[in-house]
Each structure stands twice: as C-alpha cells, then as structure tokens.
Design a protein around this ligand. Structure first.
Ligand SMILES: [Zn+2]
Length: 296
C-alpha cells in the first residue's frame, strides 16, 4: 500500500543539512541535522543515516542550495553550478546520492522544496498560484502552480530584482553583482553591514526596520505585477523578526498605489510559513513520493 511506504528527504542548506524519513503525506518520523561540509562528507552522513536507520525506503526527495541544474533533460542534471562553497562547484549531487542510497532521487531547489511544502500542506494550500520567498543570508524565491514548481530555464532569482533606493540610502550593496537588488539591500548580510545588528533588535516603528520592510515590499510588488500570485509567503531569518511581514505588506500596498489588484491589500495576503522551519524538509519528502509517478 502506498500509504505504508516510507521516503527519505534531504534539505541541503548552506550551513546545515537536514535528513529525514517520513510518509508520502509529509509526516516526519525520524530526522537528523548535520553541518554542511564538503560534498564527500555530506554524502557519508547521508549514507549512514538512510542505510543504517532501519526501514526500507522507496525514494529520496532533495531540496538543495543552488545554483543547481534541476532540468532532468539537461546533460549536467543534478550538478551544482559554479558556487563559492568549497568543493561543491560541478559536484554531481544527484548521481552521488543515487549511488550512496540506491534510491531514485527527485531533485528540486531548497526554496522550491519549501514552496512545495507550503503549497501542499501549509500557508499556500488552496491557492492555485503562490510565491514562497526566503530572506536570510540571501533572498530566494519560488513560484508554485497547483502545488508544483513549474519548469524553468534555470530557476527564478527573485532576490536579484532591482529596487529603487530610498532617498539618502547610500549604503554599499552586499550583492557582488548589483548595486540595488533586493538581496544586496535587504538580506541578512546587508542588514548587518548597515546597522551592525539584526532586524529583531529594532522596534517595528524604527526607521531601520521601515527601510528593510520598504525594500521587501518593493520586491513583492514587482512579483505581484509580474505573476499575480494569490498569496505570498515570506520565510527565512529576516522575516522571523516580529512585524516584518505586515510592515512589508503595508509598504507593498503603498508602492502599488491604487493599481494594486483586488485582494492584494487583504490581511494575510503576505504571511509567514505555516510549517515554519520544516517547510523545506516537508516539501522534499512530498517530492520523494512523486518519483513513483514520474516517467523514467
Ligand atoms: Zn543582486
């Protein structure tokens, strides 16, 4: 019976990797968190957890940091692209995981996994088109349509949407590519570089707090105009500071003016993840269950 099957899930993050075993419905029955180290060591941790942990598994779902090639038809499917994480550039993640676990592997981005988790069993459930954003050491985003992440050229890079700087804001961008993208102005490192402390040290009416909320609001406004999502979920450490998401919502509505589509100003249109820290690993688990339905 399909509902008796157990699946493996991996959330490969920049600093930590979550390993889990659970059901096709996303219920986690075992988990372990390990630091993300060079690839060979992570693969060793993966093999130890899944091969020694008892129950036979059906498939493995993986949400991985990028940039990574997730198009199954590409010759370099499953490989990390150029990254500044030591040892990971060009690493064949999907192949190494298949060899280590002898399981079929379904690969999505880390943000895509969290988006799928929220779309199917979290805050985006019941919405046909939603956006999941994570604002932490960088800004990542994914679109979900009917519970899945649609095919793409590589994957969206919403964090690099260009914004209008607020008057008087001359702080250097922390993005090495852009002077005024959302990530360079409002992600965790940008906040630390500007203010010397994280956003949760400021009151919601402090100008520092309002500045970051404004930039996040601008970014979301661009996404609303382009994709017309029915709801936006904002996760990650920066959005964990109390009041950030409502403040970004107000800023977005203010920037859009009377052009905002109906419903965009409604309470809860922009919200935090219902699954909290578990959005990514839950999404990876749900993806694992899909490998049975995919064409070979
Ligand atoms: Zn950028």
């Amino acid at each position: 019976m399909a509902e008796d099957r157990l699946y493996g899930a991996i959330e490969l993050g920049g600093t930590k990797t979550v390993l889990a075993i659970g059901t096709a419905e996303g219920r986690i029955v075992a988990r372990r968190t390990v630091p993300t180290r060079p690839p060979e060591e992570v693969i060793r941790d993966v093999a130890a957890f899944f091969n020694d942990s008892g129950p036979a598994l059906t498939a493995l779902g993986v949400g991985a940091f990028g940039p990574i090639m997730i198009d199954r038809t590409a010759p370099n499917f499953g490989q990390l692209c150029e990254t500044n994480k030591p040892g990971w550039s060009g690493f064949d993640l999907a192949g190494a995981l298949e060899r280590a676990t002898r399981l079929p592997v379904r690969l999505v981005t880390d943000v895509g996994a969290a988006a799928i988790g929220e779309a199917r069993v979290g805050a985006l459930r019941g919405h046909q088109i939603g956006i999941y954003l994570t604002v932490g050491t960088g800004i990542g985003g994914a679109i979900v349509v009917d519970g899945s992440v649609p095919p793409a050229l590589l994957h969206p890079e919403m964090g690099h949407i260009l914004l209008q700087r607020l008057p008087g804001d001359a702080a250097p961008s922390t993005c090495r590519f852009h002077d005024n993208c959302a990530e360079g102005l409002a992600a965790g490192p940008a906040i630390m570089a500007r203010f010397g402390k994280s956003l949760d040290h400021f009151a919601p009416d402090a100008p520092e707090f309002e500045m970051i909320a404004d930039y996040l609001g601008q970014m979301c406004g661009q996404l609303v105009l382009t994709l017309s999502p029915q709801r936006i979920v904002l996760g990650g450490g920066v959005c964990g500071a109390p009041g950030v998401v409502p403040a970004a919502h107000r800023a977005m509505v203010r920037h859009m003016g009377s052009y905002a589509p109906a419903g965009v100003a409604a309470a809860g249109y922009m919200t935090t993840p219902a699954l909290g820290q578990d959005a990514g690993i839950t999404g990876a688990l749900l993806c694992a269950a899909e490998t049975m339905r995919e064409p070979a």
